[in-house]
Design a protein around this ligand. Structure first.
Ligand code: NAP
Length: 281
């Protein structure tokens, strides 16, 4: 049985290594496959171009591309065109995977004024890039009965240290008003991809992938400063949260038996600060 990872970057590679460790053949498609680990069969593929033959025994497809830049054209290419093109290739080759999981983002939810968000909340993106992600989700869900969407909140993990760097460099500012943020450690995101595609018999069409504790940005910054043995950052003017102010719930994911290795930012950032894991290039 083959797992095809379309857009095999940091998250796709980590998921791929987990499928490989479970005994699956894993094929990773990306434009520059040279640095993929040996457990994965890399192949140079531009998902917006002519696609090679899909392995006939492909059981699972994971679409984990990312747009290289925050423009509508780059988002459309990486998410909508790549997904449509991949579905065309599956049809062309007569391959019907059991599961096709699209890695999406909680950016498809607009601003909820700090309110709760789950899979039943209206996905009405407040940004053009969020609307393009939503379009790619719809396209997949409408075209394939095997479709599954995993909406991840902010990914942090090995090498993904934007917030840590802002504290250690002294640039961080504690917002005066509460600012809810949602995040997931990369390894939990990868584990959720494998879990939903291999261990859940009748998955729902959409899951939120976010840890167990939406957190006020100021609490996270204070925690990081304490871990780094630095003074708490100074208070400053409130900036808007990029993902929109909301508290995302992963109760549905957890109801399928999924357990987080890093249930909150505290365990996750401690592991990152201890240098655990590597970012896949
Ligand atoms: N960053 C966050 O906080 C966050 C939050 C929520 C969701 N997500 C989602 O998480 C997913 C994966 O993120 P990541 O961190 O693993 O990103 P990443 O490391 O940048 O990996 C994305 C991969 O997609 C490949 N790719 C892009 N365009 C392609 C194309 N036209 N053809 C073939 N491959 C292509 C890139 O490889 P090549 O350049 O070699 O082609 C890259 O390796 C994305 O879907 C992103 O939207 C991220």
């Amino acid at each position: 049985m083959t797992v095809l990872i379309a857009g095999c970057g940091d998250l796709g590679t980590e998921a791929g290594l987990r499928y490989a460790a479970a005994g699956h053949r894993v094929v990773g498609w990306r434009r520059s496959p040279g640095r993929l680990p040996e457990q994965l069969e890399g192949r140079a593929v531009d998902l917006t171009g002519t696609l090679p033959e899909v392995p006939a025994d492909t059981d699972t497809v994971v679409i984990a591309t990312a747009a290289g830049e925050r423009t509508e054209a780059a988002y459309r290419a990486a998410y909508v065109s790549a997904t449509a093109n991949l579905l065309d290739a599956l049809e062309r080759d007569g391959v019907s995977p059991r599961r096709i999981l699209f890695v999406s983002s909680t950016a498809v939810y607009g601003d909820f004024g700090g309110g709760p968000v789950d899979e039943h909340s209206p996905a009405e993106p407040g940004t053009p890039t969020g609307r393009i992600l939503r379009e790619a989700e719809r396209l997949l869900l409408e075209r394939s009965p095997a479709a599954l969407v995993l909406r991840l909140s902010g990914i942090y993990g090995p090498g993904r240290t934007r917030l840590i760097d802002s504290v250690s460099s002294g640039r961080a500012v504690l917002p005066a008003e509460p600012q809810w943020t949602n995040r997931i450690h990369r390894d939990d995101a990868a584990a959720a991809i494998v879990h939903l595609t291999t261990a859940v018999e009748a998955p729902a069409p959409v899951y939120l992938g976010t840890d167990e504790e939406p957190s006020d940005l100021a609490d996270v910054l204070r925690f990081l400063a304490a871990e780094l043995r630095l003074p708490a950052p100074p208070a400053g003017p409130t900036s808007t949260t990029r993902g929109g102010d909301k508290r995302c719930s992963s109760a549905l994911l957890r109801s399928t038996g999924f357990g987080f290795t890093y249930p909150t930012y505290r365990e996750g950032y401690r592991a990152v600060l201890a240098g655990e894991g590597v970012r896949h290039p």
